[in-house]
Write a protein that binds this ligand. Structure first.
Ligand code: NAD
Ligand code: MG
Length: 389
């Protein structure tokens, strides 16, 4: 039996993972499941999967979760520190599927115990890639990509030498507004930004897909995870979301990863790695699909891509600034404080402000510096709301 923990178990990725685990319960010993306000879901899953422990990140949700599990021997805990403590429990495999920078500390903790960490939480690589991967190396831990594009690249690289790689191409659906006239984007509403043409995901990543901040984050994630230079990484708009990524080699070959838009593939690949096992995902009928389309992204429509390229060039803690400012701007858009296009303006201004003064590019990447940079960037991003006019 493999001991496993799922961070962010109640979310979109977490639920897809539990679907796979529930189909083969005899193979897994579930150590901890973590979630947020959705305690009913968390309690339900802890019960059906016979977890040792259920943790909500919100202390105010503790008693509700405790009551729901009163007749079981599931241990209950609450708060960010309790999640980090859960990460210290030894497991063979953990999934990091918390949304946002809140995933960083539990992920680091899990790596410190030599765990194999399947990483859906792209924010931890964007914010502190070298810290994450350095921690893994120091403790003999393994990080496996779960973001679909990065899983695809990882799979295309099996048996290959990085020295032969010329380019890495990640695809993007184009998000909710790919066919909108650019002039209308400023007025895009929360409801309009919250629906994705191809993928069923959490609300924050869905809005980030409409703005392409998600793809911007994935550019940085690619650079960090695969240690390739920024000029080797490309984004290709591919409306069908069936080719997830391509790797170009020095003999001109492109290895493409093709599969249905279902996160259970990338999660399952990480769960069974280094082997492949049967997964309950759709088998594509390419004759029926007929054609696949590709186009270059329009930089004017998606300023987030340009901002991400700047962050890749600047390096250091600029990823932490970028991610925190983006999270704060997204909070502002969700709360109706700023418009859709204001999100990229806020992130741009926060980067301008912080890379000029605070030694963002030269400061050491320690957890304290990362968390302090994250804290300041959220303050400066909120200040930038006032200056939008
Ligand atoms: P989601 O919003 O559906 O779920 C987020 C999970 O994190 C929930 O369990 C929630 O309770 C928990 N959570 C939220 N705030 C927290 C906090 N402060 N502390 C601890 N836990 C907290 O999100 P999702 O769509 O499943 O995405 C999860 C991560 O995976 C994100 O980093 C996202 O970018 C990445 N990802 C998602 C998909 C997808 O298909 N949904 C694909 C690729 C990558
Ligand atoms: Mg992705």
């Amino acid at each position: 039996m493999r001991r496993i923990t799922v961070f962010g178990a109640t979310g979109s990725v977490g639920q897809s993972a539990l679907d796979l685990v529930a189909r083969d319960l005899a193979s897994y010993d579930v150590v901890a499941l973590t979630g947020g306000r959705n305690v009913a879901q968390l309690a339900h899953d802890a019960r059906r999967l016979n977890a040792d422990m259920a943790v909500t990140c919100y202390p105010e949700c503790y008693s509700e979760l405790k009551d729901l599990l009163a007749d079981t021997d599931v241990e209950v805990a609450a708060g960010p520190d309790a999640i980090t403590q859960a990460a210290a429990r030894p497991v063979d495999w953990a999934l990091s599927a918390i949304v946002g920078a809140a995933g960083l500390v539990p992920g680091l903790e899990a790596l410190s115990h030599g765990t194999t960490l399947a990483l859906a939480n792209k924010e931890s690589l964007v914010t502190a890639g070298p810290l994450m991967l350095g921690r893994a190396k120091a403790h003999g831990a393994t990080v496996l990509p779960v973001d679909s594009e990065h899983s695809a690249v990882f799979q295309a690289l099996v048996g290959e030498h990085m020295a032969a790689v010329e380019r890495v191409i990640i695809t993007a659906s184009g998000g909710a507004f790919r066919d909108w006239p650019i002039e209308k984007l400023a007025k895009a509403t929360l409801a309009q930004a919250s629906s994705h043409p191809n993928w069923d995901m959490g609300r924050r990543i869905t809005i980030d897909s409409a703005s392409m901040f998600n793809k911007g984050m994935e550019l940085i994630e690619t650079k960090e995870f695969f240690n390739v230079s920024p000029d080797m990484i490309e984004v290709l708009v591919h409306r069908e979301s069936l080719v997830h990524a391509l790797v170009g080699f020095n003999d001109g070959a492109l290895m493409a990863h093709v599969g249905p838009p279902d996160m259970r593939h990338a999660i399952g690949y990480a769960l069974h790695w280094p082997e492949r096992q049967h997964l309950p995902v759709e088998r594509l009928d390419l004759a029926k699909i007929g054609s696949l389309t590709f186009e270059a992204p329009d930089d004017a429509r998606y300023p987030a891509l340009g901002i991400a390229k700047r962050v890749m060039r600047e390096g250091g803690l600029s990823g932490a600034v970028f991610n925190a400012a983006k999270e704060r701007a997204l909070d502002g858009f969700i709360a109706g404080e700023i418009g859709f296009l204001d999100m990229s303006r806020v992130v741009d201004r926060t980067l301008d402000k912080m890379s000029s003064g605070a030694g963002v590019q030269s400061a050491a990447m320690t957890i304290d510096n990362v968390l302090e940079t994250d804290r300041l960037a959220r303050i400066y991003a909120a200040e930038a709301f006032e200056q939008l006019g």
